[in-house]
Design a protein around this ligand. Structure first.
Ligand SMILES: NC(=O)C1=CN([C@@H]2O[C@H](COP(=O)(O)OP(=O)(O)OC[C@H]3O[C@@H](n4cnc5c(N)ncnc54)[C@H](OP(=O)(O)O)[C@@H]3O)[C@@H](O)[C@H]2O)C=CC1
Ligand SMILES: O=CC(=O)O
Length: 324
């Protein structure tokens, strides 16, 4: 008999068909209040779940006694309490690497948009307010030959460094808990303490996972260390930033601008103060959202699910010790 799985996010048709070859699938394009009770009922029989964002911890695992794999269609896995999954013998998988280039492109777009005021100037032109040659008050700041500080020099961070160093002649600084020799040798990246990075960078790009350690990593103290001409870019998770402190830093001119792909509450409420600021460029958490990359991520998630359920080692496990 085919194992029962729940796919709880929208996935491309060809991949859904592939999963159906080996699994009996209950499919929800997304989880809503309307399908919640049906989903919870299906979960009691499910051996696998695949999608993005479902919070999985002990309380959910108690209601899913047959579950053996949770396949995330994301690289970040702050929605999963890995200790609980491992204790219950449930494999967790994610989708690293296949999205690095696309997410790095998104980060570059936020860097360029904030420093060169792309969105603000687009609005000026479209609103009919371009009446004469622009003067200094509308000029932006350079990106090329500036210092880029990457907090979280991992797979995505390195891919941003590649673009910034190779294409924009930027000098790369970085902060991790441990040294990244490869980034140092390949991109000439310099390891710094967090404070040094904040003090020296013209662009600060946050790309750590969300963990207990990185929750509110950027707060009032950190923004005060940044240059008045520096921009802050967040591609990690909204909860790595104290948004009140960010608003204050922007209002008081402690930093020049911010580019945000992620927010503490998503979707961000329409009346959020950050959305009223000209020097804030926002995106709706679409770092990896191109058709090509989202297909690759869903494919890897499907490979992880199918391999795990057939007793094979999945390509990208988070807690492989479950199988040893
Ligand atoms: N906006 C979007 O759409 C996307 C967002 N993301 C986010 O980006 C994150 C990073 O992805 P990826 O690059 O693949 O992950 P990696 O694990 O490859 O890189 C994460 C980096 O963060 C560093 N890090 C972890 N904890 C800390 C800390 N407390 N202080 C400083 N540095 C830290 C790690 O180094 P060390 O261990 O040495 O500290 C590592 O270099 C994801 O977890 C996700 O949250 C990813 C993809 C898309
Ligand atoms: O936020 C996206 C991810 O893949 O993580």
């Amino acid at each position: 008999m085919k194992p029962k799985v729940i796919v709880y996010s929208r996935v491309p048709e060809d991949l859904l068909a592939r999963i159906k070859e080996t699994c009996s699938v209950t499919y929800y394009e997304k989880l809503t209040d309307d399908n919640h009770s049906e989903f919870m009922k299906e979960l009691t029989e499910a051996e696998g779940v695949l999608g993005s964002g479902l919070k999985v911890d002990k309380s959910l695992l108690e209601k899913a006694p047959k579950l053996s794999v949770v396949s995330n269609i994301t690289v970040g896995y702050d929605n999963l309490t890995i200790r609980d999954l491992t204790e219950c013998g449930v494999l967790a998988t994610n989708t690293p690497t296949v999205l690095d280039d696309t997410v790095a492109d998104t980060m570059m777009s936020l860097i360029l948009a904030t420093r060169r005021r792309v969105v603000e100037l687009d609005e000026l032109v479209k609103s009919g307010n371009w009446k004469a040659s622009l003067t200094q008050e509308h000029f932006g700041l350079d990106v090329h030959h500036k210092k880029l500080g990457i907090i979280g020099m991992g797979r995505v961070g390195q891919t941003v460094a590649k673009r910034a160093a190779g294409g924009f002649d930027m000098e790369i600084l970085y902060h991790n808990r441990s040294r990244n020799n490869w980034a140092e040798e390949t991109y000439g990246a310099t390891y710094c303490s967090l404070d040094e990075l904040l003090e020296q960078s013209d662009v600060v790009c946050l790309l750590t996972p969300l963990t207990k350690e990185t929750y509110d990593l950027m707060g009032a103290e950190q923004f005060k260390l940044m240059k008045e001409t520096a921009v802050f870019i967040n591609g990690s998770r909204g909860a790595t930033v104290d948004e009140e402190a960010l608003i204050q830093a922007l209002e008081e001119g402690e930093i020049y601008a911010a580019g945000l792909d992620v927010f503490k509450e998503e979707p961000v409420p329409a009346d959020h103060p950050l959305l009223r600021m000209k020097n804030v460029v926002t995106l709706p958490h679409i770092g990896s959202a191109t058709l090509e990359t989202r297909h690759k991520m869903a494919q890897l998630a499907a490979d992880n699910l199918i391999a795990s359920l057939s007793g094979d080692n999945p390509p990208t496990p988070i807690n492989p010790e479950v199988r040893s």
